[in-house]
Design a protein around this ligand. Structure first.
Ligand SMILES: Cc1cc2nc3c(=O)[nH]c(=O)nc-3n(C[C@H](O)[C@H](O)[C@H](O)COP(=O)(O)OP(=O)(O)OC[C@H]3O[C@@H](n4cnc5c(N)ncnc54)[C@H](O)[C@@H]3O)c2cc1C
Length: 380
């Protein structure tokens, strides 16, 4: 068994770390305080080839696997989670388009995502349907050669910035099986009937845009359906099996940052005439962090490897997702604790990490939903 990264993968890690370390730290506090972001940073990351590396070469991607995308994600999040999210979430939905989209739509959208010419959002969650995705009510009705969409979505990442949005909607409300009622439809956001409202006051990842969406008689051509009509629920599960890997890498990156900040602080800060790092309580906290991070990384490496090798393991991915998210929250919590009062103010990075961490246990499957999947896999 070989756990080492190839030379190419090591180079990707090094390049991602250098880019993030140079570009992110000076802007992080400003973006966080203002809930803003500079899209030039995303364009720069696209130019340097960090965005959408898992997209096939046929659509101008690098044709790497999800593992390589995870390596970049971990490095970006290890420097600044909010900025990492703002940049890398611009392709959110491309995984689904790649799996189920028509050649025409893939050729239209994917190269534009890679080159920094377009942003894609994916809208699944609704005011009355979060974890229960099969309960989504946004409707799409076929009229002639068009789909007509009506409904509302919540928490769409990049909903205010996106050029395209992938909408999970009900196309067959009468189907007796609630798992065969939905489909994905792609819509250009400059279409009449698309409305987005910025959600302000988020706890963390405040550089990343989040929107509430409304569709009012939004019309798209019928061949903008992505995947098979009525199979959206299952396509969504396949999509999550890819995108949850990204969350694992986000979590490991954030946890790493929490540990690095803690090491720096506890070596510098003296109490009772000694550095905090000399107390066994501190040492044990750091030992636990290092172990959790290693375990979480090995879980997501295995999960990403399995997807890249066509051996998708739903239970393993869910395990990796909840575990990495949980340890990220714990590491951020311990980091603030080790900083004492300084960790409570926003001049110190750990305060931001503490706030940024929580989303990892919520989006793309809450930890309760992930544990449900794991327990089903365990119980058979
Ligand atoms: C910053 C941010 C970005 C997001 N980005 C996107 C995006 O781009 N696209 C998108 O579609 N959505 C997005 N989301 C939405 C996110 O995926 C949902 O918030 C999440 O799926 C939970 O749904 P909910 O908020 O409606 O919570 P609910 O479904 O109401 O759940 C509330 C709580 O109840 C628990 N719960 C629910 N059902 C059960 C059950 N059966 N058993 C045990 N516990 C249960 C949940 O685990 C949770 O703890 C984003 C959210 C945020 C905050």
């Amino acid at each position: 068994m070989d756990f080492s990264l190839s030379k190419e993968q090591q180079d990707i890690v090094k390049a991602a770390r250098e880019f993030a370390s140079k570009e992110f730290p000076d802007r992080a506090q400003e973006f966080d305080r203002n809930e803003s972001f500079d899209l030039d940073l995303w364009r720069k990351a696209c130019e340097l080839g960090f965005v959408g590396v898992f997209i096939d070469e046929a659509y101008d991607g690098a044709g790497y696997g999800f593992l390589e995308h995870c390596l970049i994600t971990e490095e970006f999040w290890a420097v600044e989670p909010g900025i990492g999210q703002a940049i890398l979430s611009a392709t959110f939905g491309s995984e689904l388009l790649d799996l189920f989209g028509s050649e025409k739509l893939k050729k239209l959208v994917l190269p534009r995502l890679v080159s920094g010419k377009a942003i894609l959002a994916t809208a699944i969650t609704e005011p009355n349907a979060g974890c229960d995705v099969a309960g989504a009510e946004t409707g799409a009705v076929k009229e002639g050669d068009e789909w007509v969409l009506n409904g509302a979505k919540m928490f769409a990442t990049n909903g205010n910035l996106a050029d395209y949005v992938l909408v999970y909607c009900r196309t067959d409300p009468e189907n007796p099986s609630r798992h065969h009622r939905h489909s994905f439809i792609l819509a250009p956001t400059d279409t009449r009937g698309y409305e987005s409202t910025k959600i302000r006051g988020k706890l963390g990842i405040r550089a990343s845009d989040t929107a509430e969406l409304a569709f009012n008689d939004l019309r798209v051509p019928s061949d903008w359906l992505v995947g098979k009509e009525g199979e959206g629920f299952y396509e969504l599960m396949a999509f999550f099996n890819r995108t949850r890997l990204h969350i694992c890498a986000q979590a490991v990156g954030l946890a790493r940052s929490a540990m690095e900040e803690s090491i720096r602080h506890t070596k510098q800060r003296h109490q009772f005439g000694k550095p905090l790092a000399s107390f066994q309580v501190t040492q044990f906290k750091l030992a636990e962090m290092a172990t959790w991070i290693r375990a979480a990384r090995n879980l997501y490496y295995e999960a990403a490897w399995s997807v890249d090798h066509g051996k998708v393991d739903h239970g393993l991915i869910a395990m990796a997702k909840w575990f990495s998210a949980e340890i990220a929250v714990r590491c951020a919590d311990e980091a603030v604790q080790m900083h004492g009062g300084y960790g409570y103010i926003d001049e110190y990075k750990v305060q931001r990490l503490y706030r940024d961490a929580k989303i990892l246990e919520i989006y793309e499957g809450t930890k309760e939903m992930e544990k449900t999947i794991v327990s089903r896999a365990v119980l058979g």
